[in-house]
Design a protein around this ligand. Structure first.
Ligand code: LUZ
Ligand code: MOS
Length: 765
């Protein structure tokens, strides 16, 4: 079944927040952010700004009737700064005006005086000054020091991975309006409607039932709207509460880039120990996470870094620790992979370094150490249905890995200044929110008397196709045509206390709840049918819009069945709750079974590097991926391709830059380069691993949202391998993204053995 949104998307008919017709009397909001990254707010002078024609009011912290607090995990983040400023563009005031232009002009007239303080911008600086968001966390398994002492080979190194801008096509947006009494309705472009509801209630000083949050669909989220859609929605709600008028707040791209947090940059130090047979005996990693100025989701992101720090390898002795460092950048936040990719990069770097030093191929060390069935992760969970080896072998056989490597070598023999590199990238990603209590969902199903169906869940459609998957679940259960089913908007009055649509778990959690609700209704319908047909319910089933007695059509059609049930006063509505079974985690011991299951896969990536210019092409990516039993191969393939390319962008070209004062330099799409048609690999092949899927996955179709991003990590190492071919004595460095500038400076940083390449390079401009 194709994505139910695709036709509307193609015709531009899909409705996004900014497409809604304006309500009469709407005000437009624009946020005034701090011009400096760190300091004391001495005076906010709004006088001149308030004189601007069309200005209604300018909100500041003083206007907040409830608590000036939107921190989710830790209450450390004011909605609007009061006295202390902790990052540049931190919201200080919100202009409410009759139109956007008036708001913009007024914003320019706001004067602010700040006593500027020095800014911390890197995790290392913050670490040195012991500026932390929370206590560090450490996962330990085995006797690490003793294991290192026994190793034949021990290597140490450093890594850095930069942040990443979400660049959802639709910027952050909210539209709030007063309804009756002191109630407020907020339409928000958020992955987490219940989170918006909770924060708005807290700031506005209202009970949660007075705040209704509605989500139509998002133009992309990628984690950037898991927590950080909240402030804008709350500001709009605050404006609506104060003005008793509708307030629309849509960030322009520039404000969005400046004001919102991104993927966390990480600096890490690692130590890896191997025996003479290249088996990893010990691994140690210390991660410094650049959290930015407030906690946001950083503690949870840090935790997931530790969960994924050994990727799909079995490491008997491991010590993994993470420090969440407080800096003066906008609070960094969830981003597809949620700290996992940052952990996995370091493991891959450690293996690549060991391979380089030992003069073996990286893939040898990788393959030897892949997880086997029943191996334990450092956090205690057993690898069940472990497909690490199977995905590796499937990829190698199906795509003829030896052939790929041989061809690259042949190419390299024939070409002097252009070389190819091949890298293998196995992935293993845990599915479930690492916070066990978040793994629950609810669904609400109405059958209408004409046989049509309306479905509400907590799932937010953000382009990932979750609505299509929800529709498939219901259509399959009732055996009716998809046209009969409508997936309603996500709304807190229909489905309450939702977890954000995140952690790759949305289809599993909401789909399971939905299936439960549908099955309950189906049971009631079949008992109505049993009476009508005077037969045993056990013989009945729904098929092809009809009631079947065993394999024969009884002639009782869906519509008649529904109408009869209604006349018999049988409820045609059901709600259900689902909580992921068998998961738990003990934070004291740092052991448990946090994940419902793991998703595996392997990618083989080929890069071609121009040694004179530093430019490169990711030529091909061959993937063997663990879909389980994909319920929608077209959507799942789209997730693989999109995730891969987003991962390539993070590893190769997307370079966030702040200056020493904490000002964002990559503040436009001219200075922040994301993958385009020309940087997408010419060839992307994906084959499914044959398997039974997993019981905990919806219809055995495994989670697919985040895992494929991590295939992109292989691109870094493919480029590095090509660089070795250009400069045979090149020592590896692990500093992502591997931009063309870094390739070039990496190749020519020191006088290298390849004098000819050096001379040729000097002759190119
Ligand atoms: N969000 C969250 C996530 O709150 N907890 C998680 O474990 C998670 N994992 C991935 C993406 N978002
Ligand atoms: Mo996410 S990083 O699953 O919001």
């Amino acid at each position: 079944m194709k994505n139910i949104d695709s036709d509307k998307h193609l015709r531009g008919e899909s409705l996004y927040l900014d497409d809604l017709p304006l309500l009469q009397g709407s005000l437009h909001a624009m946020v005034f952010g701090s011009p400096v990254a760190h300091g004391k707010l001495l005076k906010l002078d709004l006088d001149e700004a308030l004189q601007t024609e069309g200005v209604f009011h300018i909100l500041t912290a003083r206007d907040i009737p409830g608590e000036n607090q939107i921190g989710n995990i830790i209450p450390d983040e004011p909605l609007l700064a009061e006295t202390e400023i902790h990052y540049r563009a931190q919201p200080l005031a919100v202009v409410l005006a009759e139109n956007r232009e008036a708001a913009r002009q007024a914003r320019q007239k706001i004067k602010v005086s700040i006593e500027e303080l020095p800014a911390l911008t890197t995790a290392e600086e913050a670490f040195e000054k012991s500026m932390f968001i929370t206590e560090p966390r450490t996962f330990t398994r085995g006797d690490v020091d003793r294991a290192f002492a026994k190793c034949a080979h021990v290597f140490e190194g450093k890594t850095f991975t930069n942040g990443q801008e979400h660049l959802y096509l639709e910027t952050q947006a909210a539209y709030a309006f007063p309804t009756e009494g002191d109630q407020i309705k907020i339409i928000s472009s958020t992955q987490g409607p219940s989170q918006v509801q909770k924060a708005a209630a807290q700031v506005l000083g209202l009970p949660m039932h007075n705040i209704e949050v509605e989500v139509i669909r998002l133009g992309g989220g990628f984690g950037g709207k898991e927590d950080q859609a909240t402030p804008w929605a709350v500001m709009a709600a605050l404006g609506a509460q104060l003005s008793r008028r509708p307030v629309k707040l849509v960030l322009n791209r520039s404000d969005d880039l400046l004001m919102t947090g991104k993927r966390h940059p990480y600096s890490a130090h690692f130590k890896i120990g191997l025996d003479k047979d290249l088996k990893i005996l010990a691994y140690e990693a210390r991660f410094l996470q650049n959290a930015g100025a407030a906690a946001d989701l950083s503690p949870a992101v840090a935790e997931r870094t530790l969960f994924h720090a050994t990727n799909s390898y079995f490491v008997k002795n491991a010590r993994l620790s993470v420090y969440s460092c407080r800096t003066n950048l906008p609070p960094n936040t969830a981003f597809r992979g949620f700290g996992g990719p940052q952990g996995m990069f370091v493991m891959e770097a450690a293996i690549a370094l060991a391979a380089r030093k030992l003069k073996v191929e990286t893939r040898q060390i990788q393959e030897i150490n892949l997880l086997r069935e029943g191996d334990r992760f450092p956090y205690g969970q057993k690898a069940e249905q472990a497909l690490a080896r199977k995905s590796w072998q499937t990829a190698c056989q199906h795509y003829r890995a030896d052939e790929i490597c041989r061809k690259a070598k042949e190419f390299n023999k024939k070409h002097e200044y252009v070389k190819k590199g091949v890298a293998f990238m196995p992935i293993c990603f845990g599915i479930s929110f690492t916070n066990t209590s978040m793994n629950q969902a609810r669904a609400l199903v109405h059958l209408y008397r004409d046989g049509s169906v309306g479905i509400s869940t907590g799932a937010v459609e953000m382009g990932q196709g979750v609505n299509t998957k929800m529709l498939q679940v219901a259509a399959q259960c009732f055996a009716i045509k998809p046209e009969r089913i409508k997936i309603e908007t996500t709304n807190t009055t229909r489905v309450a206390n939702t977890s954000p649509s995140a952690a790759s778990a949305t289809s599993d959690l909401n789909g399971k709840a939905l299936l439960k609700a549908c099955l309950q209704i189906k049971k009631r319908l079949l008992s109505v049918a049993a009476k009508m047909l005077k037969t045993d319910i056990k013989k009945l089933n729904l098929q092809n819009e009809s009631v079947f007695i065993e394999q024969k059509d009884s002639g009782l059609k869906w519509e008649e069945l529904i109408q009869t049930a209604l006349l018999q006063r049988i409820s045609l509505t059901e709600t259900a709750h689902y909580a992921t079974p068998k998961i738990h985690f003990d934070k004291k011991r740092e052991k448990g079974r946090p994940f419902s299951y793991h998703v595996y896969g392997t990618a083989i990536i080929t890069a071609k590097v121009d040694g004179l210019r530093g430019t490169y092409q990711i030529e091909s990516v061959h993937i063997a991926h663990d879909f389980g039993r994909s319920m929608n191969p077209a959507i799942d393939l789209g997730q693989i391709e999109g995730g891969l390319v987003q991962g390539l962008g993070w590893m190769c070209m997307e370079e966030i830059a702040y200056d020493q004062k904490g000002h964002l330099l990559s503040n436009a799409l001219s200075t922040y380069k994301i993958p385009d048609l020309f940087s997408v690999p010419e060839q992307i092949d994906v084959i499914p691993l044959k398997g039974d899927g997993h019981e905990a996955a919806i219809l055995k179709s495994k989670a697919v949202g985040e895992p494929p991003l991590m295939y992109g990590i292989g691109a870094y190492f493919a480029i590095l391998n090509a660089m070795y071919a250009l400069q045979p004595d090149l020592q590896p460095f692990f500093h992502a993204p591997m931009t063309p500038e870094k390739v070039l400076t990496g190749l020519f940083r020191k006088q290298k053995t390849n004098k000819k390449l050096h001379a040729a390079q000097r002759e190119t401009d």
